[in-house]
Design a binder for this molecule. Structure first.
Ligand SMILES: Cc1ncc(COP(=O)(O)O)c(C=O)c1O
Length: 401
């Protein structure tokens, strides 16, 4: 692995590396990816990192990452995906989102061996659904209680964070743990809480300088509240069952989540590819590792170069920060009136005038794994050359979400 930050490649280097490849294509710079991996491990200071598969969406890369010391297990995003990964030999799987997929639950119920995915639950309704769909399972289905970690200041009049689990207090968590322990078909194996408003929100948001101190204040205060509450919840649940896994965090909070002694593992995924939303944190930096290339196909005027396609906005609340960003050559921006288009994306800026038809523009996605839904393969670059070409989930015929 890399002890120091990988150097960013220049436009000329990329054009030389990909001289024989026609755009559009996507690639991952392995030198940058492994240096990002190393920086995440440094921030985790010995707490194992569970890898968020949704942020990688490439089985071959997930496999390589799992072979690196410090990374342990996958956090998956759908049950069919988890079963598919299990079929391919991945055996430490925590499915982060509740499932209502009855067919896949039936399949899970019939799994004989060990290492089936742990399912996420936050209510009796989830337990009922799992038991009804899984029938009498070959072995108890392991479940994880999700704890809500949003911040509720002013006596709960303000709620900051994602709207996921209704379980917030030690009492609520313990009650659900008791319900799980009463049911022979399920077994409590883990507790998870995702502090999305800390881990997934940069404190230097694009074009919103005034919000920076507010975001830092919220993150600080909320982290302190979470540390206390999570410890109390873990203690209450362990009165009922010896839960070994306490999962928390995300790429943006590795260094703060690790300070909580009760957390046994931290999740991270986006940090491998380092998409643009992760440029906006003041407390750590990463090297852009995943990019896609779009060809210049026309020149409508001197200062404009128009690319084929490129309209891959990221999920989440719509805004400028969700658009793909032209990365190389430097000095390009997406035209504000047209944005990134379904079939054509005009780019302007100082570098546009020198771009000829047939040249590439290298763009970065705002989020990590979603890029892989647009390409069947990823070129893997190491040193100054293409080392491999591997299928994405999409390239393997998978369409999860
Ligand atoms: C439950 C959960 N944990 C962790 C993460 C963090 O993933 P990443 O490191 O890719 O931001 C996410 C991202 O959405 C998540 O939903």
């Amino acid at each position: 692995m890399h002890r120091t930050a990988a150097r960013e490649r220049t436009y000329e280097e990329l054009e030389r590396i990909f001289a024989g490849v026609d755009a559009p294509f996507a690639f991952v710079d392995l030198d940058a990816m492994w240096s990002n991996a190393d920086r995440m491990l440094q921030r985790a200071q010995g707490t194992p990192i569970r890898v968020a598969s949704k942020s990688v969406r490439c089985r071959s890369l997930l496999d390589s990452i799992m072979q690196q010391h410090g990374f342990r297990g996958l956090m998956t995003f759908t049950l069919p995906e988890s079963l598919w990964l299990h079929d391919h030999g991945f055996d430490d799987l925590l499915l982060a989102y509740p499932t209502a997929d009855r067919g896949a639950l039936g399949e899970l119920g019939r799994l004989e061996g060990e290492g089936g995915p742990i399912l996420m639950v936050d209510s009796v309704e989830h337990l009922d659904l799992i038991e009804a769909a899984a029938g009498t399972p070959a072995r108890p289905i392991r479940v994880c209680i999700e704890l809500d970690l949003s911040w509720w200041p002013l006596g709960g009049r303000v709620k900051i964070g994602v709207k996921r689990s209704p379980i917030r207090t030690p009492e609520q968590a313990q009650k659900l743990a008791r319900e799980i322990s009463r049911r022979p078909g399920v077994e409590l194996a883990a507790l998870m809480g995702y502090e999305a408003h800390i881990a997934g929100l940069g404190d230097r948001p694009l074009g919103k300088r005034a919000q920076e101190p507010v975001i830092r204040f919220v993150k600080r205060r909320s982290a302190a509240e979470i540390a206390q509450r999570r410890a109390a919840v873990v203690a209450a649940v362990r009165e009922v069952a010896p839960v070994a896994i306490v999962n928390g965090g995300g790429t943006g909070s590795i260094h703060t989540t690790r300070e909580e002694d009760v957390v046994t593992e931290i999740t991270a995924g986006s940090g491998f590819y380092a998409p643009t939303l992760f440029d906006r944190y003041s407390s750590f930096s990463l090297t852009p590792a995943a990019m896609f290339a779009m060809p210049v196909v026309r020149r409508p005027s001197g200062g404009v170069a128009t690319l084929l396609g490129g309209g891959y906005p990221a999920s989440g609340a719509a805004g400028r920060d969700r658009l793909p960003a032209p990365h190389l050559p430097r000095g390009l921006r997406v035209d504000p009136l047209e944005g990134a288009g379904e079939v054509q994306t005009p780019v302007t800026g100082s570098a546009a005038a020198s771009l000829r038809v047939g040249a590439n523009v290298y763009l970065r996605h705002a989020k990590a794994g979603e890029l892989c839904e647009r390409f069947n393969t990823l070129y893997l670059v190491r040193g100054g050359a293409i080392a491999d070409e591997v299928p994405t989930y999409r390239g393997e015929g998978r369409c999860e979400l």
